[in-house]
Write a protein that binds this ligand. Sequence first.
Ligand code: HXC
Length: 300
Amino acid sequence: MMDTSRLMFRDGLMDGMRILVTGGGTGLGLEMTEAFLKLGAAVHICGRRQGKVQEAAETLMARHGGKVVAHGCDIRDPQAIADMVDAIWDEGGALTGVVNNAAGNFVSRTEDLSINGFNAISDIVFRGTFYVTHEIGKRLIAEGRSASFLSILTTWIWNGGPFTVPSAMSKSAINTMTQSLATEWGRYGLRFNAIAPGLFPTEGMSARLSPGGRQDERSERNNPMGRHGEMHELANLAVFLMGPGAEWVNGQTIAIDGAGYQANGGNFYQALSPLDDEEWETMRAMIKGTNARDKAERTT
Ligand code: HXC
């Protein structure tokens, strides 16, 4: 978890806000949840591993007080989303913000992908993000309430993501959703922005995008600022976009990557192009091991 003394905002900034963070029990979602909570928001988090989200909620409340409510929910399932949103509304009324953070990804040569592999990623990132946005957006429009939506993308939306094609395609589509709904739903007081992070290593990401640490090390060395992102930096940007005071920011996707994308493309082209069949086989086995371990903990 981050050092919350490095948040640039004052305590109480987000008092009265109610935010859903999908995938909020782990990784970047957990860090943003902690920042929102620390600044006064009530936060709902969801994930496929009920135990993980519950544990995260308890840890955060023990650390900061306030309210974090955990939901076991697979965003690939529209009915599960509707049930979760009912529960959120029943618990305390309308949300004031949604962070579309839940994602799935793994590195693979595109010719090695099965249709199931493509769908596993695109059903989460492309379809699932739309389902969540659509379900909550409809309710907010019907009730005449304003809100901020934030989607976590990647810089690959601008230049492509070799070896992560289903993720790059899906996140590009969510970038288009951000721009489209910022204009279509602006009249309802709903605004849509996105963050395109460079590498902020997390357990789930490193295990699937950099098994063995190979790409992580290289991207750190090649970044113009010589390092990866730090969690408080991402959290500060997320608070700026979700908090009060800059509501006219709408329809924007902001990179936070130390200019890695301008310097070297910010994707895996250089690191993964040289790999041979054997190296891919080793990585595939490591990634599938992680997937199986995660799946064993899932309740939805
Ligand atoms: C080839 C693979 C594979 C691999 C899985 N598959 N891993 N194919 N190479 N390494 C195939 C499987 O063989 C199967 O196809 C299909 O994908 C579905 O696999 P499951 O394990 O059953 O999928 P599922 O349990 O639904 O899990 C979804 C997942 C998994 C996307 C595969 O990775 C996941 O749950 N990820 C969540 C966390 C995560 O990915 N975090 C990182 C996000 S980072 P067959 O044909 O065999 O049935 C990110 C952006 C980072 O998004 C940006 C950095 C700059």
